[in-house]
Design a protein around this ligand. Structure first.
Ligand SMILES: Nc1ncnc2c1ncn2[C@@H]1O[C@H](COP(=O)(O)OP(=O)(O)OP(=O)(O)O)[C@@H](O)[C@H]1O
Length: 351
């Protein structure tokens, strides 16, 4: 049996798997796609390996490279529509709406929000995604990225620290402090996300660590703006400035109707995830917490990243939708959700 056939057989055989991959990779689609290849050399096996090896995946499929979104569109489009809850793939043009901002600090009394972070993902148009990348590709990508980052000025001026050569202690401290990624996500690992680790990976940050760039983690690039407290406006405006500056220096993968392309289909479109770490010991204990989040299109995570648990009643609350709406609409959705969470927590604690 071929590698792909074995992966698919495993997925088919599972009675417990509830992933979007399992739901949408029908026999018919499998037959249609099984022999296709992108010009980066990407295959269906590259896209579905993680979801077949991790049958508890939520999504279960990654794109092998930017072109994978076209070549494997029959299954990826179905997953994208389902995940982002859209009927059509007609993502609007970017609109950061900086001139329309009508929010500032979401928790001016500083009672509940510990910190605020907004990130976007970007992919170089000319490179594949982790399953098809070779060591030389990662190094070449790191080089062009760092050249562009080194031109940033003012509050965005910073230094690039490659992971190669960084001490374990420094890495651990940066990760524990929520600044750096690590290689502990088994879904990403199975998708090839940690191949040749740590070559080509690194972090760029300003001295105050309010603007950071992850290089070659899950995505080629992650631009991150963060700070303590709840001032969403400051965090968002800083990020938009960085995106718009870097867009003039680098060419990012984009597709009509899908927006900016990322490795995981759950991130494409705006690619924007705006989050707060917030103390909600009461609300999080109610049986309706999940339904409450669903109502506002927000998602709750543990505070050490996706697939982690909450610590001491502190949760990561962020916008869930990234496709089919503008960046400004996504940030507003997060803002409204967080305001509702704060109001509910205060109500439940009798404040
Ligand atoms: N509001 C926040 N304040 C401080 N740290 C945060 C905040 N939101 C996320 N983080 C930290 O960012 C790191 C990455 O988190 P996580 O992997 O969940 O999200 P991500 O970077 O948006 O990517 P993905 O959604 O692909 O997993 C973690 O260390 C997490 O604690």
């Amino acid at each position: 049996m071929s590698d792909l056939a074995e992966l698919y057989a495993k997925l088919q055989a599972s009675e417990t798997c509830k992933s979007l991959l399992k739901k949408h990779l029908t026999q018919e689609r499998y037959e249609e796609l099984k022999d296709k290849k992108t010009s980066f050399g990407g295959t269906l096996a590259d896209c579905i390996r993680s979801g077949c090896e991790n049958l508890d995946s939520g999504v279960g499929i990654y794109a092998c490279d930017p072109e994978g979104y076209t070549v494997f569109a029959p299954v990826l489009d179905a997953v994208i529509k389902d995940y982002h809850k859209v009927d059509k793939l007609d993502h609007p043009p970017s609109d950061f709406g900086v001139d329309k901002i009508d929010f500032g600090d979401l928790d001016p009394e500083g009672q509940l929000i510990v910190s605020t972070r907004v990130r976007v993902g970007r992919s170089h148009a000319s490179f594949g995604f982790p399953p098809v990348l070779k060591k030389e590709d990662r190094l070449a990508m790191e080089k062009v990225t760092v050249e562009a980052l080194n031109t940033l000025e003012g509050e965005l001026k910073g230094t690039y620290y490659p992971l190669t050569g960084m001490s374990k202690e420094t890495q651990k401290q940066l990760t524990d402090d929520h600044f750096l990624f690590n290689d502990s996500d088994r879904f990403l690992r199975a998708a090839g996300g940690y191949n040749d680790w740590p070559t080509g990976r690194g972090i760029f940050h300003t001295p105050d660590k309010k603007f950071l760039v992850w290089v070659n983690e899950e995505d080629h690039l992650r631009f991150i703006s963060m700070q303590m407290g709840g001032n969403l406006k400051e965090v968002y405006v800083r990020l938009v400035k960085a995106i718009q500056t870097l867009e003039k220096k680098l060419t990012f993968a984009k597709r009509e109707g899908l927006g900016y392309l990322t490795f995981c289909p759950s991130n494409l479109g705006t690619t924007l995830r705006a989050s707060v770490h917030i103390k909600i010991p009461k609300l999080s204990q109610t049986p309706d917490f999940k339904a409450f989040c669903d109502k506002y299109n927000i998602q709750a995570r543990g505070i050490h990243g996706e697939h982690t648990e909450s610590v001491g009643g502190v949760y990561d609350i962020s916008n869930k939708r990234r496709l089919g709406l503008t960046e400004f609409q996504a940030i507003q959705e997060m803002r409204r959700g967080v305001e509702a969470v704060i109001a509910e927590e205060k109500k439940l604690s009798g404040k």
